[in-house]
Design a protein around this ligand. Structure first.
Ligand SMILES: Cc1cc2nc3c(=O)[nH]c(=O)nc-3n(C[C@H](O)[C@H](O)[C@H](O)COP(=O)(O)O)c2cc1C
Length: 187
């Protein structure tokens, strides 16, 4: 079993062009887990890509310890995929490509969603949003704060429900030589 190929087939089952959401878990600067939802921008066959703001907590946490877990839940297929591994920043052209593929709303959000705006009343936040939209009616380039990361898996857990029997879970672990060992686990 090739876990990378299996992950690709599970993601493909969501439909072409779908951008799944995943729970991204990092290690908080205080040692507690730190989790949030992000869009899984891409799986390139080897690495799981996500994008964010370089000033975010997750960026600081990844700078301190570049390890994370991405959890994908596919309720329509009663599946869960949990991927843990090492994280590295992607190149600027890769990040720019992901920005170009984002909706206009998310492109604007990447420009505006900072601490100063967050602290303002809703009406003022909307006024600034509308002004930005008016002033940037043409296409947007990514802001300097736009950053992408790619997670290279070390461990992958494939969980699948079975209406006629116990759920199935397969754990895949990457060995030192790069090959994968797999085991069936309960749970
Ligand atoms: C459905 C959904 C998708 C999201 N996608 C992203 C994303 O792709 N990138 C991102 O930085 N934040 C995304 N967010 C916001 C994050 O969950 C989070 O609030 C934000 O990134 C700040 O996280 P941090 O303070 O832990 O760094 C998304 C939220 C939701 C609910």
């Amino acid at each position: 079993m090739n876990p990378l190929a299996l992950a690709a087939s599970w993601l493909a089952a969501a439909g072409a062009g779908a951008t799944p959401t995943v729970t991204l878990s990092t290690v908080g600067l205080d040692g507690y887990p730190s989790a949030r939802t992000v869009l899984l921008s891409r799986f390139d066959g080897e690495r799981f890509h996500f994008h964010t703001d370089a000033r975010s907590r997750k960026a600081a946490e990844l700078a301190a310890l570049p390890r994370a877990t991405v959890t994908l839940h596919q309720p329509e297929h009663t599946r869960q995929l949990v991927v843990t591994g090492d994280v590295a920043a992607v190149t600027a052209p890769e990040a720019a490509g992901a920005y170009a593929a984002r909706t206009r709303y998310l492109q604007v959000l990447a420009w505006l969603n900072d601490h100063d705006l967050a602290a303002l009343p809703t009406a003022e936040r909307r006024t600034r949003w509308a002004a930005f939209e008016r002033e940037h009616a043409d296409g947007l380039e990514p802001p300097e704060t736009w950053v992408g990361y790619a997670l290279t898996p070390l461990r992958m857990l494939f969980w699948e429900g079975d209406t006629e029997g116990p759920s199935n879970r397969v754990a895949a672990v990457r060995d030192a030589d790069g090959s994968w060992s797999t085991e069936r686990w309960p749970g």
